[in-house]
Design a protein around this ligand. Structure first.
Ligand SMILES: Nc1nc2c(ncn2[C@@H]2O[C@H](COP(=O)(O)OP(=O)(O)OP(=O)(O)O)[C@@H](O)[C@H]2O)c(=O)[nH]1
Ligand SMILES: [Mg+2]
Length: 236
């Protein structure tokens, strides 16, 4: 793992988590901690043992009072070490396979990409792990992104890596479910080199906060579509 000047890449991981006590240690435990500068779990007011288990597993826990997935990611960014080369985002529910971080990082480390999205749209995804509404929503969203912005994505997967300097350029602002799609749209607009790598995905441990609830699905679906139309039609 070397960068241009032969220094190792300084990599940090941001994990938004709320009430993930059954999974958070599994997620952190499957990360190659020796290769990472910092693992940041952003807690939005968990009422279970998420915070303690994350700390025991070697993560730094940041608390964010403003609810929302995007708010948590923004708080995680604010807690990155000053010198960071690559930022990885990962969910705390153990749906992703954290050890696949090496595949997510590889295109950036070889200077083939600035942003890498882990795509769950492949045969290795555990049946039933992607709920039908998530699959449908993703398909619709990537179709619209292609229509408006000309980029062929296959997924809005949460497991992703981006060069820190590129992330700074994007000036991310969404505080909830528009986070992933905002990043992907802005990446196109800023001319980032974008790559997808196939990742595995399994049924989550613990209780769903977003896609597995009717309320969450409607709010997330609405916000994702609104974000695409907003950037596609009027927001520069
Ligand atoms: N900090 C923080 N984390 C959140 C919030 N909402 C969701 N999360 C976390 O974000 C990740 C994604 O949420 P999930 O509930 O897995 O959403 P999903 O993947 O769409 O739905 P499932 O298919 O049920 O897993 C998990 O690690 C959650 O704990 C929030 O408001 N704040
Ligand atoms: Mg999930």
């Amino acid at each position: 793992m070397t960068s241009d000047d032969d220094e190792p890449f300084r990599i940090s991981v941001i994990i938004p988590a709320i009430n993930e006590e059954d999974s958070i240690a599994l997620v952190i435990g499957d990360l190659p901690l020796e290769k990472l500068d910092r693992v940041i779990v952003v807690d939005n007011g968990s009422t279970d043992d998420t915070v303690e288990r994350a700390q025991q597993s070697g993560a730094i826990v940041v608390r964010e009072d403003r609810r929302g997935y995007g708010s948590a990611c923004l708080a995680g960014i604010a807690a990155l070490p000053e010198a960071t080369d690559i930022v990885v985002f990962l969910d705390g529910d153990y749906s992703d396979h954290p050890e696949e971080i090496v595949d997510i990082l590889a295109p950036i480390q070889s200077d083939a990409a600035d942003m890498v999205i882990g795509s769950r749209m492949n045969a290795r995804c555990e049946p039933g792990a992607m709920l039908p509404q998530a699959t449908f929503g993703n398909r619709l969203a990537v179709f619209l992104i292609r229509l408006f912005f000309g980029q062929r994505y296959t997924d809005l997967g949460p497991f992703r890596a981006i060069r820190k300097s590129s992330l700074d350029q994007l000036e991310m602002e969404d505080t909830n479910f528009g986070w992933t799609v905002e990043m992907q749209i802005k990446a196109v607009r800023h001319g980032l080199r974008i790559t997808e790598v196939p990742v595995r995905y399994r049924k989550r441990v613990g209780k769903s906060k977003i896609t597995g609830t009717i309320n969450g699905t409607i709010r997330a679906g609405y916000k994702i579509l609104y974000t695409i139309f907003r950037y596609g039609l009027w927001k520069r």
